[in-house]
Ligand binder design. Sequence first.
Ligand SMILES: Nc1nc2c(c(=O)[nH]1)N[C@H]1C(S)=C(S)[C@@H](COP(=O)(O)O)O[C@H]1N2
Ligand SMILES: [Mo]
Length: 205
Amino acid sequence: MSLFKRQAPERATNPNAKEGPGPDRLPPGQYLTRKWPVLSYERTPSFPPDWRLKISGEVEQPFELTWEEFLALPRVTITTDIHCVTTWSRFDNTWEGVHIREILKRARPLPSARYVMAHSWTGYTTNMPLSSLDDDDVLIAIKHDGKDLEPDHGGPVRLVVPKLYFYKSAKWLDGLEFMAEDRPGFWEMRGYHNRGDPWAEERYW
Ligand SMILES: Nc1nc2c(c(=O)[nH]1)N[C@H]1C(S)=C(S)[C@@H](COP(=O)(O)O)O[C@H]1N2
Ligand SMILES: [Mo]
């Protein structure tokens, strides 16, 4: 049996996560920073002129979007907190981009789709359950606090999955691959927790 088939224990999600600056808004073991650190394994890449967002795998309708097509999708603005596994958190990040459900409703994941691998054009990958991606606060972001996303922070386009440690938010996003079986991504293969819930302190495994 594959290592990834073990069932997840119950999630320890903070019920007050969205409510103001109380102490219980900060997950265990995290400290608050106002700066926004840059954490990249790769050197900051330039934006490939032939970029496509590639939606593939266990979906009824695989598709690719050019940059112009992607920019033509409806936009949302969402304010969320960031929790990095290296223990910094940053509150109140305002993201603008395309809500994940704009993508999901076009792709229509098959019943067999239970996991997703996010791909960066640098080769970085990160995996998560489809149920973590398919959430109200998940988007593919192009702006942060009103400004175009800086290249160091994944500009021009990154994934944002606020309820998980920030390594699940792939910078320089160019693909979402829907999968029947789980597979570890870049940091997950190197010891970062496969699930990465900050409220359960799932840092390493
Ligand atoms: N492509 C790519 N995405 C990535 C990473 C990376 O190294 N490469 N690092 C992850 C980690 S560990 C964190 S904490 C955040 C950091 O994002 P930031 O540099 O914008 O703060 O990006 C995540 N996404
Ligand atoms: Mo991180």
